[in-house]
Ligand binder design. Structure first.
Ligand code: GAR
Length: 199
């Protein structure tokens, strides 16, 4: 009886311009996605997701950690876990969050942290995956939504969307087309979580 199910609450973590969060918000506002964003968190004070959330009255938090660290320090990650738990989030949605996640967060939300990555994993994990695909000379790349584990883009794949590489593609044109695919895929996957397809 979907009508009686409480709406899934999501917390979104991001470090970049926030276009995936914007696509998620658009899907919610268009009535295509029944989830409630309860917190936006970023380790970059000027990140797009904080502005988007502020404009809609969604609570925000800034994570204070030096840029060069690939993981949060223990105390900072512990505080983040506390804030995520206090927000009531059921699902943690990484949308351009550029650090690795450690045990305290993984243990607090088992199989409840997902990420979007701009390649067809397991190909091209890590930074600027679209540039890696161009350099490798492959004909097809895409994007992947996956469960997060402690590795770099290594968790179980949930869904993928394919993007063809066209003659004359540059890193910028290819990344733009991959992002269009991401903006379709992430709301679709969140809708599956909202329907409780992943107990
Ligand atoms: C997205 O393309 C996402 O796939 C990528 O960062 C971008 C964030 O864009 N994430 C990773 O590479 C994670 N390994 P956005 O801030 O506009 O949503």
């Amino acid at each position: 009886m979907p009508a009686l199910m409480p709406q899934l609450k999501i917390a979104v973590l991001g470090s970049g311009k926030g276009s995936n969060f914007r696509a998620i918000l658009s899907a919610i506002m268009a009535g295509h996605l029944r989830v409630t964003p309860v917190l936006a968190a970023s380790d970059v004070p000027e990140a797009g997701i904080l502005t988007l959330a502020d404009n809609l009255g969604i609570p925000t938090t800034t994570i204070h950690e030096p840029k060069y660290r690939t993981r949060l320090s223990d105390g900072v990650e512990f505080s983040l876990v506390k804030e995520l738990q206090a927000s009531g989030a059921d699902l943690i949605v990484l949308a351009g969050y550029m650090r690795l996640v450690k045990e305290p967060l993984l243990e607090a939300f088992p199989r409840r942290i997902i990420n979007i990555h701009p390649s067809l994993l397991p190909s091209f994990p890590g930074l600027e995956a679209w540039r890696q695909a161009l350099s490798a000379g492959v004909k097809t790349t895409g994007c992947t939504v996956h469960f997060v584990d402690s590795g770099m883009d290594t968790g179980e794949v949930i869904a993928q969307s394919q993007v063809n590489i066209l003659p004359g593609d540059t890193p910028e044109t290819l990344h733009a087309r991959i992002q269009e695919a991401e903006h379709q895929l992430y709301p679709e996957v969140l809708a599956r979580f909202a329907r409780r397809e992943f107990p």
